[in-house]
Design a protein around this ligand. Structure first.
Ligand code: ADP
Ligand code: MG
Length: 390
């Protein structure tokens, strides 16, 4: 079964109704931000490599009304909770983890001399949480734009992105790269974003063929290994860079890679990073030429590399990719996100979409005992574009 997808307008309406109930006043300010999915380029961002994410047509919407001075009160329907934050303790992480993303952004804006007044806020979302579709970046950028609507003061998109990245690192304690916040802010409708993490340049790549549909399948698992393994992979990449005498693995040529052939695991890790960077470059060419078979093959190749060389997949993700890739009408599939759970993305012929999603879901359910979440997504607008139109 494919999950329903409420419109952005209905999410904003719902957030506005929630805040009116919370505060007893009509919503005065609104903002929204999309989630994102990474088409290809996994674990390349912190190696100064290339990634090719796109914003999706699922959103976090926020609405606000004036509140008690010195206090932010937030209701999140996804959390089924209401929490408060005292503005005089803005710069110390405290309280519920989910509130820290919001607190972090407000604290970053405070450092830019943008002061948040007392507010009541409601958050409504169609981005699944913790599934690799970047609900965290959506929450940060929606908060940033909400704060700008409230105060009438604006930062540049680059500053907004940096404030969100810093909020996630400092307050939520997640050592994230820049990819999520960058695409969530800058994406344009119907386009993927080729992001070069070496010089942080971004280029739009049109990705809106009617013949193609993107299926995101949530495995329903998130293994506790994820955090430790992420830190370990980063450390391995740093060790390999030191051995090769390069600043980052982005600089590694095939010849240099061969020099690591006796280094076992390190050779595997670098092989993934080097070949994944090439796959991203080739994927852009495939998209520009409309070669969907080629794009699909690159995606499936990316999965194999993540599974065998980088070793960040898990049996649930492998099963979903296996079930997807044997389907006629599926060009290719891969895990997306950090790994050890979360989502798989499959590139599907549009007219095969429903049948493919139903069969994968049914077979996964038979094998695992639970149905995966299936989402149909398209390349949507970023927070900047969305909020400018509100
Ligand atoms: P992802 O970004 O892949 O969805 P993360 O673990 O990075 O996963 O971020 C998920 C966290 O973001 C949640 O655990 C929660 O703290 C916060 N979050 C996301 N969406 C919401 C929401 N609608 N309301 C409150 N907090 C949210
Ligand atoms: Mg996240």
């Amino acid at each position: 079964m494919i999950e329903s997808n409420p419109s952005l307008a209905s999410l904003i309406e719902s957030a506005s109704a929630d805040v009116a109930e919370l505060s007893g006043q009509a919503a005065r300010w609104q903002a929204a931000s999309p989630g994102r999915v990474n088409l290809i380029g996994e674990h390349t961002d912190y190696n100064q490599g290339r990634v090719l994410p796109m914003a999706i047509d699922r959103y976090i919407a926020m609405a606000a009304a004036p509140g008690v001075p010195g206090q932010i009160r937030v209701r999140s329907s996804a959390m089924a909770e209401e929490r408060s934050l005292s503005l005089d303790q803005l710069h110390t992480p405290h309280g519920k983890p989910w509130m820290r993303y919001i607190q972090g952004v407000i604290a970053q804006y405070d450092q830019h001399d943008v002061r948040c007044p007392g507010l009541d806020v409601a958050v409504v979302s169609s981005v699944p949480m913790g599934g690799g579709l970047s609900s965290s970046a959506a929450l940060e950028l929606a908060t940033a734009h909400l704060l700008e609507a409230v105060t009438g003061q604006t930062l540049t998109p680059a500053e907004r992105i940096q404030a969100s990245v810093q909020a996630e690192r400092d307050m939520a304690g997640v050592p994230c790269g820049i990819m999520d916040q960058t695409v969530v802010e800058l994406a344009a409708s119907g386009q993927a974003l080729l992001l070069d993490c070496l010089d942080q340049t971004a280029r739009s790549v049109p990705f809106d063929s009617q013949a193609l549909a993107l299926l995101v399948i949530h495995s329903g698992v998130s293994h506790s290994l994820a955090e430790g393994a992420y830190a370990q992979r980063r450390a391995e990449c740093e060790r390999a860079s030191a051995l090769l005498g390069v600043n980052s693995l982005r600089e590694v040529s095939p010849d240099q890679l061969a020099r690591l052939k006796d280094e076992g695991v390190l050779h595997q890790r670098v092989t993934h990073v080097v070949t994944e960077n090439e796959r991203v470059r080739d994927a852009v060419t495939a998209i520009e030429q409309g070669c969907w078979d080629r794009l699909g093959a690159l995606m499936t190749g990316s999965h194999r590399s993540l599974r065998d060389d980088y070793e960040v997949s898990c049996r649930e993700l492998d099963l979903l990719v296996e079930l997807a890739t044997v389907e006629r009408g599926v060009y290719g599939a891969r895990m997306t996100g950090g790994g050890f759970g979360g989502c798989v993305i499959a590139l599907v012929e549009t007219d095969q979409f429903e049948g493919v999603a139903d069969r994968i879901s049914g077979q996964y359910n038979d094998r695992m005992g639970w149905a995966p979440g299936c989402y149909r997504v398209q390349a949507g607008a970023g927070a900047r574009e969305i909020c400018a139109a509100l």
